[in-house]
Structures are given as structure tokens and as C-alpha cells.
Design a binder for this molecule. Structure first.
Ligand code: NAP
Ligand code: HSE
Length: 328
């Protein structure tokens, strides 16, 4: 069976999730793709940190070691922040490797440039995991666009925020306590400022906007608020009135192509589709010309949902490569 040689950049919650799934589902993935995948290197910041065993894999803190390896085919990227992630992926593409990323902070800004670069280089970019964790929203939007037009996107796009709001309502715990649990469970970023401040959901909204509308809104024009100002008292008061706080990001395109949107906490009643979306789940409503409203719901963060989205990107990329071989 032919082998795909892969590197994983970042071995925290997500990177470890990719590695675990590739091993746990090895046989099924091989059957599905016709290829065996071998992780040959892992990039981290601190090589001395204790980690799960990865026998036979080079674990390094130097990207040059990763790119010096012979015959690399694919790079999974799950590190943090715009740089050096963008530089690493740009280099990977220029070397002809397919890339798969979970890094929305990087992709919201540099996604368009990377996609252009990849098209010229003839490589694929998977970015399902950048938005809504395990929910296949990127794939769904891409498929819909073939024969339909999206008018509006509305979503719970930050798992940490939804988890905190749910915990506060159900268990009457403080904001701080709920956030701590989200961190322990691997939902929150190492620095959770952007989770609770709304920026994480905002970036995901911009990634969806780019995909669905071919452009992003001017970032300054979107009002952005997080859940960090919502108190336990407000959550419980709302509950007594039959309402729930949800952190909702939305963007609409009008007939002239103008984009408008907002990101922030909203009170919803029992008839709202987001009323029952609890815990780390994300949910997205796509309003289209022909479908009306399509709703997708599922886990928005965490090791396995996110790792699974990236492994699915890999399977998809292999499928694309096979189709190219057939048509050539
Ligand atoms: P994490 O647990 O903090 O892990 C980050 C990993 O990247 C660590 O292994 C770290 O090395 C490594 N790293 C960070 N900066 C690096 C650098 N400059 N050079 C080399 N290695 C570096 O983060 P995570 O939760 O796995 O998230 C990874 C990425 O996926 C982020 O961009 C995040 O926004 C995105 N994401 C996360 C989730 C989720 O549920 N957690 C879901 C979707 C997307 P050390 O281990 O040595 O510190
Ligand atoms: N911190 C992010 C969240 C991870 O809670 O939604 C998934 O992108």
C-alpha cells in the first residue's frame, strides 16, 4: 500500500487528537483511502514536556528538521496564532505539500493568500477544523455554493462561550469556575481572552464570510462583544423569564453585495433554534435561496471532534488526488 508521510505542527489538544485518531482508526482510514499514513515528525515549542508516546516519530522544536525530512506529503497544523503558522504553511505549500489547519486566528487573516498560493502550487488546503470544531460546516457551504446562494449565516461559533453559559445556567456556577472547566476540558484556547471576548467567534464568522460570499466584511464595521460581561445573576434572571443567553455571530449579504453583521450575547426564547443548544456544541443556520434555513449542530471544540475534522480533510484530499489521477 502506498504511504503518505505527514508532519504534525503542534501537539497540544488538537495535534494529539489527530495522532490518536490516525492510530485508532488506522485500518478504516487505510481501507477508505487505499493509503497508509505515517506521521514522521511532530513540531512543538518545548521538547521536554511530557507527552503520549509517539514511537519512531521525530519530535522537534525546529521547523527546519520537519522540512529537512525526505518525501513529506502533508502537513497538519495545530499551533497557536498567526505567526509562525502562516510562514510554516506558506513554506509547506511552496514545497508542494498539502496542508490541513485548525488555526483560525491565522486562517481568518491569511486564508485567502494561502488558498491563492495553493492553487498556483497545485496543492490542497483543508480548513474544516478552523470553524465550529467537529461540525462539517466548511464542507457544507462548499457543496451548497455549487447550486445555491447563501444570504445569511447565523451561528453559535465558540464552544467555550456556550459551555460557560450552559454551566452557569444549569449548575449555577460562577463565570470563572465554568471557564476553568472549559480550560481543563481543552475547549478554551491557552489564552482564553478571544474565546470569552468574542474575537474567536468573529474570526470564524470571517472565514465563513470569505467562503460563502467571496469576501470578508470590513472588520471594523462588525460590532463584537463577548460573554465576559454576562453575570451569573443575569443568566439566572433570564432563565426565570424563560430566556437563555446565547453567543451569536451573524452576517448577511444584501442585494447590492453589502455585508452587515454582529457578534455578541443575545437572549433567546424557547422558539429560537439556538435555545436548546447546550454545552460545547456549536450550531449554524444557513439561509439560502433554495433551501430556506439549513441548521447544522455538533461539538464545537475538543480533542476528538477537532482531530476528526482534520482527519476527514485528509481523507477528502486523498479522494481529490485519486480523482485527479483518474482524469489525467
Ligand atoms: P494547545 O493545546 O495550546 O497546543 C498548541 C501546540 O502547539 C502545543 O503542542 C505547542 O507546543 C505548539 N506550539 C505553539 N506555538 C508553537 C510554535 N510557535 N512553534 C512550535 N510549536 C508551537 O492548542 P490546541 O487547543 O491544540 O489548539 C491548536 C490550534 O487549533 C489553535 O490554533 C486553536 O485555535 C485551534 N483549534 C483548537 C480547538 C480546540 O478544541 N482546542 C478546536 C479548533 C481549533 P508545546 O506543547 O511545546 O507548548
Ligand atoms: N476555543 C475554541 C472554542 C476552540 O471554544 O470554540 C474551537 O475552535
Amino acid at each position: 500500500m502506498p504511504t503518505i508521510r505527514a508532519a504534525i505542527l503542534g501537539f497540544g489538544t488538537v495535534g494529539e487528537g489527530i495522532y490518536r485518531i490516525l492510530n485508532e482508526r488506522k485500518k478504516e482510514i487505510e481501507e477508505q483511502t487505499g493509503y497508509t499514513i505515517e506521521v514522521v515528525s511532530i513540531l512543538v515549542r518545548d521538547t521536554k514536556k511530557e507527552r503520549i508516546p509517539t514511537p519512531g516519530v521525530l519530535v522537534t522544536d525546529d521547523i527546519r528538521d520537519v522540512f529537512a525530512q525526505p518525501q513529506l506529503d502533508l502537513v497538519f497544523e495545530a499551533i497557536v496564532g498567526e505567526e509562525p503558522a502562516y510562514a510554516y504553511l506558506s513554506e509547506a505549500i511552496s514545497k508542494g505539500y498539502d496542508v490541513i489547519t485548525a488555526n483560525k486566528a491565522m486562517f481568518a487573516v491569511h486564508g485567502p493568500a494561502l488558498l491563492d498560493q495553493a492553487q498556483i502550487a497545485g496543492v490542497e488546503i483543508g480548513f474544516e477544523a478552523t470553524t465550529a470544531g467537529g461540525v462539517p460546516i466548511i464542507r457544507t457551504v462548499k457543496n451548497l455554493l455549487a447550486g445555491d446562494r447563501i444570504q445569511k449565516i447565523q451561528g453559535i461559533l465558540n464552544g467555550t462561550s456556550n459551555f460557560i453559559l450552559t454551566k452557569m445556567r444549569q449548575d449555577e456556577v460562577s463565570f470563572k469556575e465554568a471557564l476553568k472547566e472549559a480550560q481543563v476540558l481543552g475547549y478554551a484556547e491557552a489564552d482564553p481572552t478571544d474565546d470569552i471576548g468574542g474575537k474567536d467567534a468573529f474570526r470564524k464568522l470571517m472565514i465563513l464570510s470569505q467562503l460563502a460570499f467571496g469576501k470578508q466584511a470590513d472588520w471594523e464595521t462588525i460590532e463584537m462583544r463577548g460573554i465576559d460581561q454576562v453575570t451569573l445573576e443575569e443568566v439566572l434572571d433570564a432563565g426565570r423569564c424563560g430566556l437563555r443567553y446565547r453567543h451569536i455571530a451573524e452576517i448577511t449579504i444584501d442585494e447590492t453585495g453589502n455585508l452587515s453583521g454582529s457578534v455578541g450575547p443575545v437572549l433567546v426564547g424557547a422558539s429560537h433554534p439556538f435555545y436548546g443548544i447546550d454545552g460545547v456544541d456549536n450550531s449554524i443556520i444557513l439561509n439560502t435561496d433554495y433551501l430556506g434555513a439549513l441548521t447544522l449542530t455538533g461539538p464545537g471544540a475538543g480533542m476528538y471532534p477537532t482531530g476528526n475534522a482534520m482527519v476527514n480533510d485528509y481523507i477528502q484530499i486523498i479522494g481529490t488526488r485519486k480523482n485527479e489521477l483518474i482524469s489525467n
